[in-house]
Design a protein. Structure first.
Length: 151
């Protein structure tokens, strides 16, 4: 019960945060992963990968599955899946169990009012961060483009 209360508070705080744009400073915020463990995103992060569509989640998971399990950590990157558009029943029965099969953390946005990240339809948003500041936002749609982000 205590963990759910903390999670609810963090989600509310996250929902009130403004949309990240180029030249914005990254302020620390927290999200749960697929195992309900809370992770804090702070100025040490250099890339944030965000998606909200199943096809793009599959593309990212295919890419990350071909890497070492510590790939995200070594590259100071977080992967965020916005699952707010999916019904809670589907999330509990299918989405979360599937995400738990992966060896890396997938941070989750449950709140449908969250507008923290810019999105384009059928695209993965990749935030490039330097010195705790958003320097670029790329919208990609292929494994090759994702691979280039890390070169």
């Amino acid at each position: 019960m205590k963990q759910k209360l903390i999670l609810l508070i963090l989600i509310c705080i996250f929902a009130r945060a403004s949309t990240l744009k180029i030249d914005d400073k990254i302020s620390s915020f927290s999200l749960p992963n697929q195992f309900d463990k809370i992770h804090t995103i702070n100025s040490e992060i250099s890339k944030i990968i965000v998606t909200s569509e199943k096809e793009n989640v599959t593309l990212i998971n295919d890419f990350l599955s071909s890497k070492n399990s510590d790939f995200l950590d070594k590259n100071h990157t977080v992967f965020i899946d916005n699952i707010s558009k999916v019904s809670s029943l589907i999330v509990k029965m299918f989405v979360i169990p599937k995400l738990r099969e992966y060896d890396y953390d997938i941070l989750l946005i449950y709140n449908e009012n969250s507008k923290k990240f810019l999105e384009q339809e059928n695209k993965i948003s990749v935030y490039i961060i330097e010195n705790a500041k958003v320097t670029d936002i790329k919208y990609i749609s292929s494994k090759e483009e994702l691979e280039r982000i890390f070169k």
